[in-house]
Write a protein that binds this ligand. Sequence first.
Ligand SMILES: CSC[C@H]1O[C@H](OP(=O)(O)O)[C@H](O)[C@@H]1O
Ligand SMILES: Nc1ncnc2[nH]cnc12
Length: 297
Amino acid sequence: MTTSIEQAPLSADIAIIGGSGLYQMDALINKRHITIDTPFGSPSDDIVLGELAGVTVAFLTRHGQGHRLTPSEVPYRANIYALKTLGVRYIVSVSAVGSLRESLQPLDMVIPDQMIDMTKQRVSTFFGAGAVAHISMADPLCPALAELLTRAYDNADVVEGTSHSKATYVCIEGPQFSTRAESQWYRQMQADIIGMTNMPEAKLAREASIAYATLALVTDFDCWHPTEETVSADYAIKNLMKNADNAQKVIKEAVALIAAESPNSVAHDALAQALVTSVDMMDDATKTRLAALLPKH
Ligand SMILES: CSC[C@H]1O[C@H](OP(=O)(O)O)[C@H](O)[C@@H]1O
Ligand SMILES: Nc1ncnc2[nH]cnc12
């Protein structure tokens, strides 16, 4: 790992991954930009370390400054690995989503508890090349962190919309939005919200033993709805801009709660239960590549 500044320690327990519309956290103070290289390439952008609610947090913009990376181009493995090297144990992902339900309205926030992965062309594991792990994804979003996000929403002074929990996020490849037939099919699959980025992000976070939960900002009704406007990037972004301030209020409350409670997560010892290959049997290149992830002996 190389960093652009030589200050120590460069570490944070909590990270925020900002999606569409959240390219910086206005309330972060004492900021330091760090450039991290990983065995899986460079992250989407520099990671910004700063203080929020008196706590050091790492902020990473998922699509890079200026929103230059499509959902398929986001370097998910490098992003998660870079956060792991900083010591991150909790990730709050912030994402724009379409609603697949009448009850989930634009400007509402949703804290999902389930996911369906419909992506087609993304590398979704750190493993391979002589190292095998089969991680449990039964509960892909950390239940403890998701519950905490719900309380954070209640503590925050959110002026528009309401919050919803226990929803299913379907992740499509994109960058195109869905067809009407697909949108109806996802509804039949019991998906509630639709996005393009949270897989394989959630899988990789679990492989890295990091608790991961999502604050999903509803921007549109996708294209299934008989009367509401069909989604377009322009329409989604207009609603996102209205919601970005509210999202930052919730994040600030969440950071304070995580720091106060350090919730136990199913994710924190996930790899210990999932690694099939003994570390002694891995070759040196594989051990070096996975160094930040493997259990310390
Ligand atoms: C601009 S709307 C479509 C775009 O927004 C979502 O990204 P993110 O999860 O990073 O907020 C969606 O997945 C698409 O990438
Ligand atoms: N309708 C939609 N489909 C996929 N990703 C989205 N992000 C925001 N709205 C979306």
